[in-house]
Each structure stands twice: as C-alpha cells, then as structure tokens.
Ligand binder design. Sequence first.
Ligand code: PHE
Length: 314
Amino acid sequence: MPLFRTYDEFPPVVTTTQNFDDLLVPKDHPGRRPTDTFYVDQAHVLRTHTSAHQSELLRRGENAFLVTADCYRRDEIDASHYPVFHQMEGVRLFAPSELASFTAEAVLEDLKRTLEGLVRSLLGDVPLRWVDAYFPFTHPSLELEAFFHGSWLEVLGSGVIHTDVLKLCDRTDRIGWAFGIGIERIAMVLFDVPDIRLFWTQDKRFLEQFSDGNISNRFKPFSKYPPVYKDITFWCPPGFHENDFCSAVRDIAGDLVERVQVIDEFTHGKTGRQSRCYRITYRSMERSLTNTEIDELQQNVRTHVSQELRYELR
Ligand code: PHE
C-alpha cells in the first residue's frame, strides 16, 4: 500500500474557513483581499491553494496524503504567473515512534530530505536552494527554488505544520510537515518551457511535442514572434491595486498579453495623486501581431479602464 493517499477530485469552490481560517490566515492578510482572491460570494472563494483541503483531511484522521488540484489567484502578469495553475499538496504526520526525536527539527529534516529527493527525481541536477519563508500555518516555513533561465523560480512552499493548526484539527498527538508544489513551475523546469501561457495554448507545434507518460523530452521552441509594446498612463484612484489593472488587461486582451510592468511613476507635489505608466507587452505564441490590431486592443483596454475601473487616463 502506498504511504500517501491521493485526492484529485475536490471541487474548486471552498469556504473562506477552509481556504483561510483553518490555516490561521489573519483577517487582514492581503491574500484574503478581493484584489488577490476570486470570491464567489462572501463566504466562498475559488481555492487559492491546495492547503484549503488540509484541515478537513487531518480531522478525518489521515496521516499522509497528496491533494492535486486547480488553484486560482489574481496576480501580476509575467512568464511564471497565470490566474489558474495547479498545485499538489503533501502532508505527513508522525507518531512519536516514527521519528528519531519528537521535535520540529526532526520533522524539518525529514521534510527537506523528502522534498529534495522528490524534486531531484524529477528535475535531475538543476541548481536548487532553500529560502526562509512565511506561511501562517507552518513554522518554520521554507521555499524551494530552482535556477531557471537566469533567475530563481519558486517551485514549492513548505514547513512544519503549526501546532495551532493541529489543535484545531484535534491532532495534537502528532507532529508533521506539509508542502505545496507548483505543477506548472515544475513542468517549466522539467520540459524547459519558458512561458506559463504555453500550457494553455492549442498550438499543435506545442502540443505535438508532448505525450502522456513521457517526461524525458525538452521543449523545442518554435520561432518567437515579435512583441508589440504599448504604454498607458493614468492617475491611480484611491485604493488602487495593480492586480485590478492586470485583470482588466487580461479580460480584454487575454493570452496575447505577455507582461505588464510599471515603467514610470510619480506623485504630484500639490495634490499627492500618484501617476503610473504601465508598459503592456503583447506577443502571440502562434503568429505575428499587427500594429493595427494591437492599437485596437490597446484602445479597448483604455476604454475599459477609464469607463469600468474609472481610472483617469493621461
Ligand atoms: N499553500 C502554500 C502556497 O500556496 C504553500 C504551502 C503548502 C506552504 C503547505 C506550506 C505548507 O503558497
């Protein structure tokens, strides 16, 4: 019998209790805001992580499990972020007899060894590093990063399960670890896929390079089509949040947006108002974009942010 029981059919709408409260996420944590999380109604969200299913399984008495699922976040736009992504949660609780010493240190050591083994078995000898992290539901917390295309890419978050989480689940007889691994992030490194949007493309030149059960091939890039850059400048309204702007751009331009980055900002000396200039990089994975087509799209973005979001354009 495998040690870890697997789950991959939990529906994506969960309660705010599952997604946040059970995990000790403070009421004022930025992750709870509607700028970061898709709310279905006041008490329900699209899960932002597979940790949303941890407490329920712990309460049922499970000691070792994996939960794989689609997760949703409102986020920045770049090559490694996409509003929907996949995670696999892993949890392991130990009885006193299963550890050399019944301490957080022993758990942490097992966690590091297990996850390094897992990631190495998938990625071979790419450079990896552990960095300190913070999650409300684990202590200590660590992230594992892989070196990919010139920078460090986070591939998983993890830590020793907080004793208060175990208390809420009536499981104080045990201690243990948890991790959440980003499936697309692993796949990017494993298959050498440079942009997360590619996982959503219908382009045959991408799809035909992969087949079920084969994890040994590397992505052979097809020609990169040229980017088209468009800038937009506006006065930030009170309570402005970049994710709102990014979502609006995504709503209008979809997967043609490769990147949204702030390139200039200043605060008006007298009024204190902040002005920002954003550069939108448009690029298709499939074809060359024409300037006329992107002008039109950019015009739609402008109309949308001024009429729906009520930003004052400059
Ligand atoms: N849920 C965390 C995230 O999505 C990752 C994590 C899982 C961290 C389990 C610690 C333990 O970022």
